[in-house]
Structure formats: C-alpha cells, structure tokens
Design a protein around this ligand. Structure first.
Ligand code: RAT
Ligand code: ZN
Length: 412
C-alpha cells in the first residue's frame, strides 16, 4: 500500500541517475520528503478494533494532555473542576480558552489548527459543533487511510501494555491490529512498578511476544536511571528482558529522563523531564553487545552525549525528539547535531501521537523542519566538491525513516 504522494514524473531522467545543481537541492529534498512514506516508530495509537482505546476526533484532539497543560496556564479552572467535566465539556473549555480567547501559537495548539485546515474545516469557528459533525460522519477505515496519506506514513508502531487492565483483555480475546498498525511491548509496569521475579517476567514476556509479535520492547525510565543498580529492574533487564529481545531479534527501546507526576493534579500533563547520567547506556551496550538499543532521551542536555555514545556503540540507535523536545527550534538543533555526528545513522523523529489525526500535523511539522536541514547538509557537501544525486537523497531519507529501523528489528 502506498500512502505518500507519488514522485513527480521525470524525476529519474529515464532511469539515468540525476545529478543535482546546488540550487536544485532544496526542491529535490522537499519532493523526496513529501513522497517518501515514513514508519512512525512510536505512537500511542490504536486501530478501531481496540474500541475505546482508539482515539480520534475533535474532542480527543482538544483534550490531549499537551493542551491541558497549557489550559491551566491560561484559565482559572482548577484541575479538580476540570476533571469533573465530561470530555466534550473539557474540549469546549480548551477551545474557548486556548483558541478563541487566546492566539493558538504554541506547537500543540497550532497542531489542531493544521489538522482542521487539512480537512477543509474553518479553524476560526467559535464552536465545536461543525467539527464534531464532520468527525462523526467519517467511515473509520477510509478516515485512517486518509490520515495516513495526509501524514505521509505507511505504518505506525503502537504502545501495547500487557499489564494494562483495559488493553490486555482485548488482545486475549483475539483483537487484531490490522493493516498499518504494528505492536510494541511496553514494559514500564513490569520494570518500574512490579514485584516480578525474572522467571515470571520472562514467561509473561514470552507469552505476550508470541501473542502480539512486537517490533520492539520499550520502557520509559526516570532521570535517575542507572545500570547496573542493586534493584529488581537490573535483574529483570539482565535475566529476562534482554535475553528474550536477543532471542527474538528485536531491540529494546529505552526512553530516558522522564520525571513522572511532579504535579499529580494534572494527571497525564503532570510529568516533567530531567537530565540523566548516560553512563547507564555505556554499561548496557557494553555488557550486551548482541542486543540492540533504540534510545531517546528527554533532556535537551543529554542529546550530545547520546550522539557520542552512538559513535562508540553500533548497537545503539538514537531516535526521535521526544515529547517536550518536539518543537521546531529544538528539533532543528538536535537533528543538525545528529547529522553532523552520525551522518544518516539515526531515526530523526517519531510522532508520539495519541489521537489519530495528530499524525497529520506532527509529520508535516517534522518534514517542514527537516527540509532546510537536509538541504543544507547536501548543499554543503556539494560545496565541498561531491556530486549530489537525487537517488542518493532518496536512499538516505528512506534509511532515516524506515531502513535504519528495519535493520534493527527483525519483526518489521
Ligand atoms: O509524549 C507523551 O504523550 C507522553 O505522555 C508519554 O506518553 C511518553 O511519550 C511515553 O511514551 O511515555
Ligand atoms: Zn510516548
């Protein structure tokens, strides 16, 4: 299935590789970014077969926790009053506060505007009635296809938690994700909260790996994460998680630097970030050379060290500009640094989308930020004397947004 726009005619010059003049590079990069379908390696999306877990539509878009955090800055509503509202009431309040009474110039608010515009809806509307009517009228399969196409993604990786009381029974009763949705096995509860023995953990992970066929296992970790530590997490990583990942040929994704619930009143919006000591990665990559690690770090201050470690350990693949980093100014800085230090051997971004339609703005923004960075890299290369070919740019973009991941996970 092809989701991106098809390449323009004549791009390949009748099969002969096209050499680009420096002045043609930006347009070529734009065209290649727009027509290459990406794999979104970390989302919280679900297909319709997962019922209430599959979030879509205006009420869900507006009650995204990135926006809720902003609501409490602009409104006098107290969190307890807000949580007492129904979802449509919350959405109405967010719309009135952040979109009508204030200008939606933040990344998360602009995102909603971009989504509405992509569907031809009027983003200056004062009420949500017309938006609700539009989203309710969509056929879910056709709508997913359209969203994937508008976002330029071919597949999204879900976050699947075997210890989630709402999600687990769905898998157990045979729910099938369907086309475009790939599972990953999220093990936060197992590693961070549980009182699991290595034997029981291994058994649980084996059962769930057989059941859902994850493309990786994943865990988010606090800024205080260390390895090795004298705790259950180290034992479980050493004796259950990493041996099984190796046997299955899948990576372990480590998302490091989250400080959960610094303001619990805000629920999902109450988490913060902190700088971590990345010597934990040095120890993990060194002790487990036959394992592969996908790594994203939440603190801006940890980004350079992550690149340094990626230069030391080829079993470490940096990915994404996670959560509070997914803003154009920071994405630009991190991506330039990664290209300078790692060439094309990293994964620039994932969406972290929780609501289906967020894919549209998150991926458009990523492409928009990336285009001048990539163009600049190739123009500088041309200036240094190397011929730049269109097909090589296409190969590189394909690697950044699919190939590097595929090389890390035997399950993709
Ligand atoms: O970005 C987010 O939506 C966060 O709330 C988290 O979900 C984070 O991405 C995670 O996967 O833990
Ligand atoms: Zn996430």
């Amino acid at each position: 299935m092809y989701y991106g726009r098809r390449p323009q005619q004549g791009v390949y010059n009748g099969g002969v590789p096209t050499t680009l003049r420096a002045s043609d590079i930006p347009a070529a990069v734009d065209e290649i970014l727009t027509t290459t379908p990406f794999v979104d390696i970390h989302t919280h999306l679900f297909p319709p077969s997962f019922g209430r877990l599959a979030l879509s539509g205006i009420d869900e878009l507006l009650t995204y926790h990135y926006l809720e955090a902003e609501l409490f800055r602009f409104s006098d509503v107290r969190p307890d009053q807000y949580w007492a509202l129904t979802t449509p009431q919350r959405a109405d309040l967010v719309w009135k506060t952040l979109f009508v009474e204030n200008s939606p110039v933040s990344e998360a608010t602009r995102g909603v505007i971009a989504v509405l515009t992509a569907f031809g809806l009027d983003p200056a509307a004062r009420s949500l009635v017309g938006f609700r009517r539009f989203f309710v009228a969509q056929d879910s399969t056709a709508h997913i296809r359209r969203v994937f196409e508008l976002a330029g993604v071919s597949e999204v990786v879900m976050t699947n938690d075997p210890l989630d009381p709402e999600e687990a029974p769905l898998w157990e009763s045979g729910a099938i994700p369907g086309e475009g949705f790939r599972p990953s096995l999220r093990i936060d509860r197992l590693l961070n909260e549980g009182t699991w023995t290595a034997k029981d953990a291994r058994q649980l992970l084996e059962t769930w790996s057989r059941r859902i066929k994850p493309v990786y296992m994943a865990v988010s970790l606090p800024d205080s994460f260390a390895f090795p530590e004298t705790n259950a997490r180290t034992v479980l990583l050493r004796e259950a998680v990493l041996p099984l990942c190796r046997d299955l040929g899948i990576p372990l994704s480590l998302m490091i630097g989250v400080r959960r619930q610094v303001n619990p009143d805000l629920r999902s919006a109450g988490d913060a970030s902190g700088r971590a000591d990345l010597r934990a990665l040095e120890a993990l990559c060194g002790e487990f050379p036959a394992n592969r690690f996908l790594v994203s770090v939440l603190s801006r201050e940890n980004q350079h060290e992550l690149c340094v470690y990626a230069r030391k350990f080829s079993n470490l693949l940096p990915f994404g500009c996670w959560w509070f980093l997914n803003n154009p100014s920071i994405v630009e800085e991190i991506t330039r640094e990664r290209i300078e230090m790692l060439g094309t051997s990293f994964i620039p971004q994932h969406s972290d989308a929780r609501v289906l339609e967020q894919l549209i703005y998150k991926w458009r923004n990523t492409r928009r930020t990336l285009a001048p960075i990539l163009a600049n890299a190739y123009r500088t290369l041309a200036r240094d004397g190397r011929v730049v070919m269109r097909d090589e740019i296409r190969r590189d973009v394909e690697r950044l947004f699919r190939g590097n991941f595929a090389a890390f996970s035997s399950q993709l």
